[in-house]
Design a protein around this ligand. Structure first.
Ligand SMILES: C[S@@+](CC[C@H](N)C(=O)[O-])C[C@H]1O[C@@H](n2cnc3c(N)ncnc32)[C@H](O)[C@@H]1O
Length: 281
């Protein structure tokens, strides 16, 4: 056996199938429902409000090089977390997202920022690649959006349309409070696959990628136990009654431990693997 004979994607798919969030991370309906709160949070971060102390965005922008005249493809762009600031530097940005509601927020954010160089593409990345909807771009970004699906297929297509450089992020420790809650209710077996598979697959495809771990602060606030339950639920398989009861108990205890009044505040650190490569011309 040698390194190249190992089917890393098969292992990736198997581990993904056992992960907490499963395929619902690619569900249009799920992201449509999250669009409003996601957009509000992103805008609060961008406007520098202290309530959300997530510095992921600024760290990503420090890494992504965009020269004047370049084009950018943002896969799973959401409300424009990166697409908006990147469009301020690039010639053109294509924002691809499975969720029409996310794209609606992106359009509104672009208008607010006076940007008219964004192309909106409502599709899953799987369909966009399969149907050949995407042209080459100088820079390809997939930030927090390749959570499920066939990673080898995604990487193969990203490589084929990247002219200059590509940037992908995948969680190492994502939303630490969720995992604390899963553990409290006894769901402690399933995690997402490790990012190292992505590096291995890229290596097999002839790409020597860089990896940098982005440590970013996260501050989560829940006005009530019920809202905390809902927020934890949407990313994972439906909780059965026994799990719901345990989760409620866990959250009530957490809320009670906090000396100050609601909202309950959790501060933690998330870790994202930023995997990026530059084509050597
Ligand atoms: C966690 S958000 C990330 C948004 C933004 N890139 C960021 O870093 O803040 C994930 C985004 O990916 C989109 N998404 C999820 N699965 C997708 C798929 N298969 N194809 C296209 N977009 C997808 C969702 O609609 C959502 O907007």
């Amino acid at each position: 056996m040698d390194f190249n004979s190992i089917d890393w994607n098969a292992m990736w798919l198997e581990e993904s199938g056992r992960a907490h969030w499963k395929d619902n991370m690619s569900s249009k309906a799920l992201w449509d429902r999250r669009a409003d709160s996601f957009d509000k949070r992103i805008n609060r971060v961008r406007d520098g409000e202290s309530r959300d102390k997530d510095d992921y965005i600024s760290k990503m922008l420090d890494h992504i090089e965009v020269k004047p005249g370049w084009t950018v493809l943002d896969i799973g762009c959401g409300p424009g977390t990166l697409a908006i600031p990147l469009a301020q530097k690039a010639d053109r940005v294509t924002g691809l997202d499975i969720s029409p509601e996310m794209l609606k927020r992106l359009r509104a954010n672009a208008e607010k920022a006076g940007l008219d160089n964004i192309k909106y593409l409502n599709s899953s990345w799987q369909d966009a690649f399969a149907k050949g909807l995407l042209n080459s771009h100088d820079v390809v970004v997939a930030s927090r959006s390749l959570m499920s699906g066939d990673m080898k297929a995604a990487l193969t297509h990203i490589i084929s349309i990247t002219r200059q450089a590509a940037y992908i992020t995948f969680p190492i420790v994502h939303l630490p409070f969720d995992f604390e809650a899963y553990e409290a209710i006894g769901r402690n077996k399933k995690k997402h696959p490790p990012y190292i598979y992505i590096l291995n697959m890229l290596y097999q495809m002839g790409i020597h990628a860089n990896v940098e771990v982005l440590y970013s602060r996260v501050k989560t606030q829940f006005p009530s136990v019920e809202q905390a339950m809902e927020d934890i639920q949407w990313r994972t398989d439906p909780f059965v009654l026994e799990e719901k009861n345990k989760l409620q108990e866990f959250l009530k205890k957490k809320f009670a431990e906090q000396k100050s009044a609601p909202p309950f505040t959790h501060e933690g650190k998330s870790q994202w693997a930023l995997i990026w490569w530059r084509n050597v011309n």
